[in-house]
Write a protein that binds this ligand. Structure first.
Ligand code: XMP
Length: 261
């Protein structure tokens, strides 16, 4: 059995909830810089994590950093810093392959230091996402499932109607994914901040059992005032903070609006 001195690492869901409470913030920073020079990219990313860490509850990474900086080099440095500052980290890799490959993908992200990964429920359980949940349980890490994405084309897949051949009942794809998240005991689901009505609806299905993560505020069109009332648990925000004139002021303002809504 693996022993871990730091209990905060043992359960992503509890850790991020605790950080949210302690810092009075449910904002997860999407660290999506597009600076072409890898050295500058690394330095700017470090600086941003350090300056914004008191005002956020987590950091989400994407291919913006993993591709140019490398998982076990630059990104690992950033993950170590994030952890030292008491913040959990999410790799938004949207895992979407066969089981053995999924396990390998999750293994590397978790080994490098990520506390949670995102995954796509379209691929199903058997020889698919079961491997991601298996390794996440072995390592006490988190899995967040896409239930309704934030972009405009999300409606083409997540809102399609699907007939259950056994009952002939018709459901929306996102309703099925929310039910799967409950069945598989996911650590979170992603529902776009650009669809506040869907957040309400999916929240009803989840009944408070699984937290909702909402990206899409600002640049993608999600309105913070509207979405702050929608009972999402965490807001993922990137460019509106990173490219603000004063990122600290920007994140403070977002926190103020969310906390007073
Ligand atoms: P911005 O700059 O638009 O960044 O605030 C948003 C970040 O979130 C990612 N993103 C998503 N991730 N499901 C996800 O798992 C989604 O529906 C979704 N929409 C946006 C985006 O790639 C960026 O990193």
């Amino acid at each position: 059995m693996m022993l871990c001195a730091d209990m905060t690492n043992k359960n992503f869901r509890r850790w991020i909830a605790k950080t949210k409470k302690e810092r009075g913030s449910n904002i997860i920073l999407a660290l999506d810089y597009t600076i072409p020079n890898p050295r500058e990219l690394l330095l700017q990313s470090k600086k941003t994590i350090e300056t914004l860490s008191p005002h956020i509850c987590g950091v989400k990474f994407n291919r913006h950093l993993v591709l140019p900086l490398g998982l076990y080099s630059g990104v690992k440095e950033l993950l170590d810093l994030t952890r030292t500052l008491g913040l959990p980290s999410i790799m938004d890799c949207k895992i979407n392959d066969i089981g053995s490959t999924n396990r390998m993908i999750a293994h590397h992200y978790y080994t490098a230091g990520f506390d949670a990964v995102t995954a796509n429920p379209f691929i199903g359980w058997e020889d698919g996402l079961n491997q991601v949940f298996k390794i996440s349980n072995e390592l006490n890490k988190g899995v967040i499932l896409l239930v309704y994405m934030s972009h405009k084309g999300a409606v083409e897949g997540y809102a399609q109607r699907v007939k259950n051949p056994n009952t002939n009942k018709v459901y929306f794809q996102y309703q099925i994914f929310a039910e799967k998240a409950l069945k598989w005991d996911a650590d979170g689901v992603v529902v776009g901040a650009t669809y506040p009505q869907k957040i309400f609806e999916i929240n009803k299905i989840l009944n408070g059992k699984i937290p909702i993560y909402s990206p899409g505020i600002g640049v993608q069109g999600g309105n913070i005032e509207l979405v702050a009332k929608s009972r999402s648990d965490y807001f993922i925000i990137g460019r509106s903070i990173l490219y603000a004139k004063d990122p600290i002021q920007s994140v403070r303002k977002f926190n103020e609006i969310i906390n007073t809504s």
